[in-house]
Write a protein that binds this ligand. Sequence first.
Ligand SMILES: Cc1cc2nc3c(=O)[nH]c(=O)nc-3n(C[C@H](O)[C@H](O)[C@H](O)COP(=O)(O)OP(=O)(O)OC[C@H]3O[C@@H](n4cnc5c(N)ncnc54)[C@H](O)[C@@H]3O)c2cc1C
Length: 417
Amino acid sequence: MEMMEDVVIVGAGIAGLATAVALKRVGVRALVLERSEGLRATGAALTLYPNAWLALDALGVSHKLTPIYALTSMGYVTNVSAGDVQQVHFRVANNGGDGQGIRTVHRKVLLEALAEELPVDSIQFSSKLAVIESEEQGGASIAVIHLEDGTTIKSKVLIGCDGVNSVVARWLGLAEPVHSGRSAVRGLAVFSQGHGFKQEVHQFVDAGKRAGFVPLNDREIYWFLTYNGENMAGDPEQIQKQVLEKYAEKFPSSYLEVVRHADLSTLTWASLKFRQPWGIIFGKLSKGNVTVAGDAMHPMTPDLGQGGGSSLEDAVVVGRHIGNSVKNNGGLIVPGDMAKAIDDYVKERRWRAAFLVTGSYLAGWVHLGGDKWLVKFLRDGIFYKYLFGRISGLVHKDCGKLPAMSFGDMDHSSKKD
Ligand SMILES: Cc1cc2nc3c(=O)[nH]c(=O)nc-3n(C[C@H](O)[C@H](O)[C@H](O)COP(=O)(O)OP(=O)(O)OC[C@H]3O[C@@H](n4cnc5c(N)ncnc54)[C@H](O)[C@@H]3O)c2cc1C
């Protein structure tokens, strides 16, 4: 079977669904191919910073989430060995707006909020991309996408949102992501009678470890542990036991109590990978009408909580460039013009992605580095003095809006070549 599409997006994670929503807003229908049988919400929850909320505003989705999830405006960081506690106030973005603080949301709810904006038949599950080729048609390149089940789809544009082990990134020739030497455990804790914590984030740092928790609502708490090391074998029950008895043994009782209430069905362990920043700065992030977004472009360690937020930014930016092209071409996807739109998207995202990957890695390094004199000097003398302000400023970025389209622009993008 062979099909022809305007835009194919591989992966129905945050990046893929958000990109499909952005394209829908500019009148472009995209087919989303997802290898799983349904939406995957691995990791249970994630924290979205002002940049993510600005992107969700641009996508027209934030209003569905802000009434359900409260703003977190205060946090505490406990140095477990020294016993001191620092209070942190989170600022709201300068340009105002209700949603632009920090909120932690269920991944499933975010994915569903995005997916329900799309036409029912636009996400095709159990569809695993196996091989990509490209061919020339009328002087422009067309992506030829082969699925594992033997289906072939031709598309004027291919956007790989297929995560850290992206097939599309490999096809582009991007350097493989590397192991950071760090891992993370995360999940939800459920208190059927209510947990009694305020809407504040609590973090605990110790040599080689950083842990924390933040309420999602009155009964559920999202908790995590990141640590230096790449082994934590076993089923969720064994992982919970190791967190309690080995990694967080000396952590305050509040954290241990949260972990004891873990809903084991949500508990996951992951070894953390990232793409080296020079692989993003010098790498081929696009080839003709093929590009990548989200973790497929810029896998990063989770130390700034920016992987999901920057995926949402990618979606708005690629939607804007494709939308402008469609607008300039009377509502049509013109393959010859798409390469330029994709190239403009890559230009806009390349340095930001590289900064986020670097900032995340450095933030993790100083937090997990411990109290050796060199680490202390680099952390207190250099990182906090000169870099921290710039790095934390990254989470306030406004990726901009999607172009306003008239009905005329939106009528026929998928009807003609
Ligand atoms: C421990 C941890 C904590 C984090 N915390 C935060 C946080 O607080 N805030 C934040 O913003 N980010 C956070 N992140 C990062 C965030 O989870 C990711 O950046 C985000 O999920 C990336 O979304 P994505 O859509 O690019 O990739 P994914 O979520 O990986 O989605 C990729 C999709 O593509 C599909 N797929 C893969 N290969 C194929 C194929 N060949 N064919 C078809 N489909 C395919 C997969 O099944 C999947 O559904 C965290 C990450 C980790 C590991």
